[in-house]
Design a protein. Structure first.
Length: 580
């Protein structure tokens, strides 16, 4: 800031001015009018107004350097804002941008750009697709428009997004392996255990084409789907993914992606943990060699009869770190006699029994667990379903149609004849008590198969974390709105899921940095709400509410955006900080 004197015939006026850059051009603006020479001499009791003004500006510059200068915003009540002038911007993306650059994704984009001859900024496009997927999830067209809400404006056109998607599709493998390598510099990766699961995404179309094929939809929708296989590390951070045809057997998706991890990521010894639907014998055998191992859930209902009888037998149960055996049929009696404190302890205990089994020359360890808490949870869910089934019978049995194995309507039994064997005039509906008894026999039991000889408690602990990969899919589908997919070309579809995959990695790392103290909804909602009012030539005024979340965010990332006004110079420093 400097002094400017504007002289007229009868007076001289003193101003504080400074040079700013607007649209890459220098411009001098007035910061403050100090008054006329005459006014200042009277105010200063005859002292030299020019010397006073120079000292005043020197102190202002010191305060600005120390970020303590008071900023006067010259708003005018009579002045209407300019038409189509954008005044509000989102700054929540800055925290995502920090992780984006820590992962070196801008360098990955540079490497890719050097291999192709195109005139668009791949880094700008990919970063906006990722920030938009987390904060403003929507179509590519809408993302292009919404990216203009970020403080740093995009420098690409809509048609360049679609060109970029084609390039990203070709480089998906390179992006995944580079991301893993770069992530090791950001945080330690727990690759001793890898979780794998598969889900599918539907399209708002009717015609099959390419990878979009009709298959068993997880959401029971009558639309073509694609399948996504995902590996996650032991800390819940996504590791690798693949996109497969919608009609492909999901058990066949595991080995190709795992082989890619073995070759491209240079990983060799790890435990693969999956659910029962992906645990084919072929997949288990594949992970029973070269230092690898497997842990997979096992349906008790699908065990051979002698194993099922052994699993459900009430005797021979143990607790981890104890050789004492228990009869689980007596647990309810123990709870009835226990104190309130001991009741809770018994309910929380997980009992187990184990044995090695050998089928088709393949040996594996079968572990079955049982807990009162899990049993009561399953019965609570079932009782709720039975109540819904009874309401349908009482209110409108016409609605009863064919249902899937987990639908509450499975408990509705239809009879078309009378007890005497005659054809009934009307179909008779009732609750199927036989089915309820059959299902109740398995309440509280949970099966696991593995080739490991580790302590049972450790195996159970590893298997328990499978919920995190299911949460990854939930975040992508619900929070990131990755489906329905509106793209049609296979290469653009793969690129779409590449951006979703990268977004998920960045989001998970953000969760870890916040010590997992906030829910997914709180984080995304908080970032979305971090808006700023731009004060031309001065800075940005936060219009969001300061909360525990925003405090934690600023503490974790080492910069703050919650001052009454963030000066333009300070915001530029934040931009540089997030791009280191």
């Amino acid at each position: 800031m400097r002094l400017k004197v504007s002289r007229s015939k009868n007076s001289a006026s003193l101003y504080v001015t400074k040079t700013v850059y607007m649209n890459k051009k220098e411009r001098t603006i007035t910061v403050e009018k100090l008054g006329t020479e005459t006014e200042l001499r009277e105010k200063l009791n005859g002292a030299d107004p020019y010397e006073w003004a120079k000292e005043y500006i020197r102190k202002l510059n010191e305060k600005e350097k120390e970020q303590i200068r008071k900023i006067l915003v010259p708003f005018e009540q009579s002045k209407i804002i300019s038409k189509d002038e954008q005044r509000s911007f989102n700054g929540g993306y800055l925290f995502l941008q920090k992780i984006y650059h820590e992962l070196g994704i801008h360098k990955i984009c540079k490497d890719i750009s050097q291999r192709y001859k195109f005139d668009f900024d791949l880094d700008s496009i990919l970063s906006r697709l990722i920030y938009g997927r987390v904060i403003f999830p929507s179509s590519k067209l809408a993302t292009y428009e919404l990216s203009k809400r970020f403080i740093e404006q995009p420098n690409f056109d809509l048609h360049q997004i679609y060109r970029a998607l084609e390039v990203l599709s070709k480089e998906t493998g390179f992006i995944q392996s580079s991301l893993y390598e770069n992530s090791l510099k950001v945080s330690k990766r727990n690759t001793s255990v890898l979780y794998y699961d598969c889900t599918n995404y539907f399209f708002e179309i009717e015609q099959e084409d390419g990878s979009k094929q009709y298959g068993p939809s997880k959401e029971h929708r009558p639309n073509p789907i694609v399948q996504m296989g995902l590996f996650m590390d032991g800390d819940g951070i996504p590791l690798a993914f693949s996109i497969n045809r919608g009609n492909m057997n999901e058990q066949l998706t595991l080995k190709p992606l795992e082989k890619k991890i073995l070759s491209d990521f240079e990983l060799s010894k790890f435990i693969v943990c999956t659910d029962a639907g992906l645990a084919s014998e072929d997949n288990r055998k594949f992970n029973d060699k070269d230092g690898r191992a497997f842990i997979t859930t096992q349906s008790i209902k699908k065990l051979k009869e002698h194993l099922k009888k052994w699993a459900l037998a009430p005797d021979g149960w143990k607790l981890p770190d104890s050789e004492k055996t228990y009869d689980i049929s007596k647990l309810d009696e123990m709870i009835d006699k226990a104190t309130t404190e001991d009741k809770a302890k018994i309910r929380a205990k997980v009992f187990y029994k184990e044995r090695w089994i050998k089928e088709n020359g393949f040996e594996q360890r079968l572990i079955v667990t049982y807990s009162i808490k899990y049993r009561d949870y399953q019965r609570k869910i079932r009782n709720s379903q039975i109540e819904r089934a009874q309401k349908v019978i009482d209110a409108n049995p016409i609605k009863i149609k064919k249902c899937n194995p987990n639908d509450y309507k499975r408990f509705i039994h239809k009879t078309s004849c009378t007890p005497d064997g005659e054809v009934a005039e009307k179909e008779i509906y009732s609750i199927d008590s036989t089915l309820i008894q059959k299902e109740e026999a398995f309440d509280g039991f949970y099966g696991i198969c593995t080739n490991l000889e580790d302590d049972v408690s450790e195996i159970i602990k590893v298997n328990h974390r499978r919920w995190e990969i299911e949460e990854c899919f939930r975040i992508m589908k619900s929070e990131f709105k990755a489906r329905p997919v509106y793209l049609s070309n296979d290469d653009r579809i793969e690129a779409h899921f590449t951006t979703c995959f990268i977004s998920l990695i960045i989001f998970r790392l953000l969760e870890k940095r916040l010590n997992e103290n906030f829910t997914c909804h709180e984080i995304i909602g908080g970032l979305r709400d971090m808006d700023f009012l731009e004060v031309k030539n001065e800075g940005y005024v936060p219009t969001y509410t300061r909360t525990d979340f925003t405090d934690a965010l600023h503490d974790a990332f080492g910069f703050r955006t919650d001052y009454q006004i963030v000066a333009t110079s300070i915001m530029k420093k934040i931009f540089k900080e997030t791009k280191k």
